[in-house]
Design a protein around this ligand. Sequence first.
Ligand SMILES: C[S@@+](CC[C@H](N)C(=O)[O-])C[C@H]1O[C@@H](n2cnc3c(N)ncnc32)[C@H](O)[C@@H]1O
Length: 398
Amino acid sequence: MTTAIDYDHVPYDSVAMAQTHPSRLGGIAHLCGLKSAPAGSARVLELGCAEGGNIIPMAAGLPDAEFVGIDFSASQIDTGLRLIEKLGLTNCTLTCADIATVKIETEFDYIIAHGVYSWVAEDVRNRLLQICVDCLRPQGVAYISFNTLPGWRLRQVTREFMLFHGRHTVEATDRLSIARAGIDWLANGASGASTGYQQMLKAAANQTATYENSYLFHEYLEGVNHPQYFAEFVERVNKVGLEYLSEAKLRGSLASQLSGVDLPENLSRTELEQYYDFLVGRQFRRSILHRGRDRIDPERFDLNEMSFSAISDLAVDDELSGGARIRFSEGQITVVPGVTCSLLRLFASHWPEPALPTISCRHWREWPFFTENAWNISSQADPSARRGGGQQQQAHCR
Ligand SMILES: C[S@@+](CC[C@H](N)C(=O)[O-])C[C@H]1O[C@@H](n2cnc3c(N)ncnc32)[C@H](O)[C@@H]1O
């Protein structure tokens, strides 16, 4: 079992996560047909907030929004409270409490649980979902990340090996050094890689060796790490009255990844997503959920209620015969020259501020470029929200 003591001894590196910013979550929810609350005045709850490294910067960037963080590690909460005091923030509170028993009397527009769901016991998982059901405001959304199968299968081998290798060791720091020695043994032992299994093992061991102590400890050496299939996750959230909406990172969206793949007919959205996970060996999801009782209307969406931003190092070569080449730090794509190129130039020139273009098509699906490249999205209602510690302004391309 995971205890607060584990996190008191080895605190988690608590940092800002762009994909959990209410502006990003609200923007995606808006795209999907929810009338999500403007980030600038939202109420946001983070469960398992560690030192508040995610919500404290958000609170600083969104002074009229309100942030509440809950974590059962007293030392992490103390560190966060000291920072809040130092910064003089009045819109962020951190409370030391157990998700399993905490009583939350108010409602929130956004609930975030990053790196918690797969790493807690079943009763805590159930309670976490119930908090989302009970405490989400109408049209509110919850963000829950979790380890997924089948991608985590091989990582489970390295995790179980490290636990086995350190089976006689109790102290956290000793367990870390023994785990590192174990992972070296595994990588060396598989270095000849004469079988497919050994090749995968070697890659997994080499990857594991690169992780920081805090991640290695809490991901690999904790008592609980419960990856699951996406379809199981959806079944479970549906049972308590929540619905799956989208992933918080649109990069790798089904629309682009499954084009050209022959699929069985009449698949539900969940089945389609599950096929995709099998195909790519997905290891992790950042899923956005909403209350099943909230009606969503994908057609009510208006692009002009949105603003957009793009990464700063974007370059457009529109001299090519087949189309314009767009180069990003992460790759390149080719598009038909014209409005898309102009928009990209506009976004890049506004960096790090968002641009508010007037877009002639009403629905985002009419803008073919959109899903392929997973623009960073934010809701327009509060321009200051999009600064948010500079964390959410980036676009992703394949
Ligand atoms: C892996 S860390 C993730 C921290 C942060 N959300 C992030 O992603 O950076 C998990 C956090 O959840 C907290 N936690 C685990 N079980 C908890 C519980 N039952 N009640 C409250 N907090 C819990 C831990 O103390 C830890 O800070």
